[in-house]
Design a protein around this ligand. Structure first.
Ligand code: TAP
Length: 468
């Protein structure tokens, strides 16, 4: 059989595995297998591309050695990093990997520009190259800034005066330059590199002002950029699997961006044009007019829960850090045995990545039917005896509803204050991700149960076991 056909079949199979894998990723039950299915598809696509190269040119032994070397280095580094990374550090890793994808797309464009530019009837190809260059580069530099922000190296949003206008002008300038190069027909490496440099700077300027709770939206947006840039590469090469993969990443990233925008109540145009809130966060301490906080002991908490009819658990980032997912499940089982109805309230941006709480609780075999999404659970708080907030902060902050000056104002939150009793477990009065104070802690219905989530929950389980 003609090798073109064999390659087409391989690409078709690989594309199908991407679609199936993505579908499987949408449920925690099948996500792990879905990842493997898509990874197998990617392996097929790479192997097929190497074994059945298109075009007339011979591929030298040196090129094969370089490809093999890159694959080995990439696999070892990727494998080791993924093995070592903590679940709570996943968004950092995602932004770094995403940045590498953007860099690859940009590198392809830089190389291919020299092959296509200045030749007759190549305007469409050069336009594709410039689109891949700009979008890939913005994704690369933006992702690196996102990585530095997430790992705490750049922990303050920096804002130039009128950064909104500057950013918009830069974005327009970079695309106008790209269009000029594509339509101009002349080969002009200087202008191409100038576009590359401008896109690099724009990517940095785009992410630098963003602070606090808006970060996840940006990461997912950058992810969709990388997908789009890869799709342009696929279009340029007529490579179906690269095109399919790029489109899938691009559209999945866009959908996730929209879902998160909705969860955080930020219109997408605000994200794209840089009109971000956040950053002007007030410190968590020093608000003496808020009233006082009330402590509660482990045994009093156990009594409250033991005699409740209905308990809602609100898991947050602190639960993940403390790795308390197994012991919370044990607590849930104990309460169930005593006839207490227990549910988990899942906020769409609880934790540090989309679906973080679902993945975490799935790890300890919590029944999925008990994980209730925010819109569905919010009306239930009014009929709940005890809400137990474990290591969550921003997602239960009433300032989102009441304080227009708050960086999280407008973000839908869990209406925990409607319950009869609220127990909040955290280690101190320190702020959460958005860096802001939380009036919930001063609510007369709230009791603070201080301590590490795993330790406190383990003590609660022991206490409950000792009660009749
Ligand atoms: P946060 O607002 O970050 O609050 C977590 C709280 O957990 C902190 O206040 C901390 O207080 C406490 N904590 C930390 N370690 C703990 C431990 N070992 N035991 C007990 N408590 C511990 O978390 P959240 O409510 O889940 O909100 C998520 C935030 O992250 C939102 O602002 C969201 O926008 C942002 N974000 C989300 C994502 C996605 S997509 N999910 C991605 C990036 C950012 P102490 O220090 O006093 O213990």
């Amino acid at each position: 059989m003609n090798t073109e056909y064999i390659l087409a079949i391989i690409y078709l199979v690989a594309s199908v595995t991407f679609v199936v894998g993505l579908k499987m990723l949408s449920h925690p039950d099948s996500a792990r297998k879905g990842n493997l299915v898509a990874a197998f598809g990617m392996f097929l696509a790479i192997a097929g591309t190497i074994m059945f190269p298109r075009g007339e040119k011979e591929i030298s032994g040196l090129i094969y050695a370089l490809i093999a070397g890159s694959i080995v280095i990439g696999t070892v580094v990727g494998w080791m990093t993924a093995q070592k990374v903590k679940m709570t550090k996943m968004p950092e890793l995602v932004s770094l990997f995403n940045g590498m994808g953007g860099a690859c797309a940009a590198a392809i464009s830089i190389i291919e520009y020299s092959h296509y530019a200045g030749k007759e009837n190549m305007e469409l190809s050069v336009a594709t190259i410039m689109a891949g260059l700009i979008i890939g580069t913005v994704s690369f530099s933006g992702s690196i800034i996102a990585f530095l922000k997430l790992n705490g190296t750049m922990n303050k949003p920096v804002r130039l005066p009128s950064y909104n206008i500057i950013n918009t002008i830069m974005m327009i300038a970079v695309f106008v330059l790209g269009a000029f190069i594509a339509l101009g027909g002349e080969k002009n490496a200087f202008l191409m590199y100038a576009t590359f440099a401008l896109a690099l700077i724009y990517g940095i300027m785009f992410v630098v002002p963003i602070g606090g709770a808006d970060m996840p939206v940006v990461i997912s947006l950058l992810n969709s950029f990388t997908g789009l840039a890869a799709a342009f590469g696929g279009f340029l090469y007529g490579n179906q699997v690269m095109l399919t993969g790029g489109i899938l990443v691009g559209s999945a990233g866009t959908l996730l961006t929209l879902v998160m925008c909705k969860a955080m109540n930020r219109p997408l145009q605000n994200v794209i044009f840089g009109a971000f809130g956040g950053g002007s966060a007030a410190g968590p301490k020093g608000d003496s007019d808020k009233g006082s906080i009330k402590d509660i002991s482990v045994s009093d908490s156990a009594v409250l829960m033991n005699y409740a009819k209905k308990v809602i658990i609100v898991p947050g980032y602190g639960l993940a850090v403390a790795q308390a997912q197994h012991v919370i499940h044990e607590l849930e089982n104990l309460l169930n045995e005593r006839g207490v109805e227990v549910k988990y309230a899942i906020h769409p941006v609880a934790g540090r990545m989309p679906g973080h709480m679902n993945v975490l609780l799935a790890e300890s075999n919590v029944d999925y039917s008990k994980l209730v999404e925010m819109e569905e659970i919010n009306p239930e708080f009014a009929t709940t005896d005890v809400v137990v907030v474990i290591g969550a902060n921003d997602v239960v902050n009433p300032a989102a509803k009441t304080d227009p000056s708050s960086p999280i104002y407008g973000m839908p939150i869990l209406d925990v204050e409607n319950a009869q009793h609220i127990i909040v477990n955290k280690r101190s009065m320190n702020a959460g991700y958005a860096g802001i104070d939380n009036d919930l802690f001063y609510n007369t219905k709230t009791s603070m149960l201080f301590g590490d989530a795993k330790k406190v929950l383990t003590e609660l389980v022991t206490e409950l076991k000792s009660m009749n």
